[in-house]
Design a protein around this ligand. Structure first.
Ligand SMILES: C[S@@+](CC[C@H](N)C(=O)[O-])C[C@H]1O[C@@H](n2cnc3c(N)ncnc32)[C@H](O)[C@@H]1O
Length: 269
């Protein structure tokens, strides 16, 4: 806790009541000795996950602005505040999670954090670029994952992005050709690269994944990296198999026009 942080004055019983009122929690956060989700199905989540990739989380965020997209109860927002971030905005599409984030940061005594109900598809409304964007655990929940990355790159990414997604399939990463010949050279056979396990692949989940209908896509490692590059991010570091530290980079083929699209609505919709 930073020197100026003042925990809110909640007796242990009052805090426990408020935690229970906002249950279930997906983030197990230690609120001054009271855990929010002690029986989490993933164990001590996300603290255990964080321990496996914390070396690529910026150690010093003094004076930096941070946008935590899909912030849930704010575990990573709190980590950014602990590292000195002066402004943290957490957005999520679920009001109950945002309330959890407010309670957690208040209980821990953090100021300088704002929680807003906003979809990743609407980040343009923020009208601001952030030094660090945290985009963890959301991409596979989206029906339009590359659009989300394009919108983040176009509107809110100022310098760095910490990215994570559920992945399935091969972990090896093929070097993709700059151009893809239609046939194997000298033949009329289709080229073999698409069948290689290390070629970028997105697995489309038509129905539920682990009982959850909000899971739509699971990239393999190569596809995570390729999509990040295609959206205009360079991958500088990786940890724990599915966490990527990226920097803003030129958007490939950006000279031909913007990558993100903004479908218009019909007059009756
Ligand atoms: C698996 S949780 C990940 C939470 C946290 N970022 C983490 O890595 O632990 C996914 C979160 O994304 C939020 N979410 C889902 N779709 C979203 C959207 N379109 N825009 C913003 N948040 C979204 C969910 O409400 C949920 O809090």
């Amino acid at each position: 806790m930073p020197a100026d942080a003042q925990p809110i004055d909640l007796s242990g019983r009052e805090l426990s009541t408020r935690i229970a009122e906002l249950a279930p929690w997906f983030h197990n956060i230690d609120l001054n000795g009271t855990p929010t989700a002690p029986d989490h199905f993933l164990g001590n989540y996300p603290a255990d996950k964080f321990a496996r990739f914390s070396q690529i989380f910026p150690a010093d965020l003094t004076g930096k602005s941070v946008l935590d997209i899909g912030c849930n109860a704010g575990f990573y927002s709190v980590e950014a505040l602990r590292r000195g971030a002066s402004r943290v905005v957490g957005i999520d599409s679920d009001d109950r999670y945002l309330e959890q984030g407010r309670l957690a940061t208040q209980a821990l005594g953090f100021t300088g954090v704002e929680f807003r109900n906003l979809s990743v598809y609407d980040v343009a409304q923020l009208g601001e670029r952030f030094d660090l964007v945290i985009f963890m655990g959301v991409l596979y929940h989206l029906r339009h994952p590359l659009l989300a990355l394009d919108l983040i790159r176009e509107h809110v990414a100022g310098d760095a992005m910490l990215f994570q997604t559920m992945q399935q399939g091969a972990r090896e990463v093929d070097d993709v050709p700059e151009d893809h010949p239609f046939f194997e050279p000298g033949t009329y056979q289709p080229p073999a690269y698409f069948d290689s396990p290390g070629y970028p692949k997105m697995h489309f989940i038509e129905r539920k994944f682990s009982g959850d209908w909000t899971n739509w896509w699971a990239p393999n490692t190569a596809a995570s990296m390729a999509m990040l590059r295609a959206a205009g991010f360079s991958v500088e570091d990786r940890a724990d198999g599915d966490v990527y530290f990226c920097r803003v980079a030129p958007v490939p083929f950006g000279d031909y026009g913007p990558a993100a699209v903004y479908p218009s609505k019909g007059v009756n919709s």
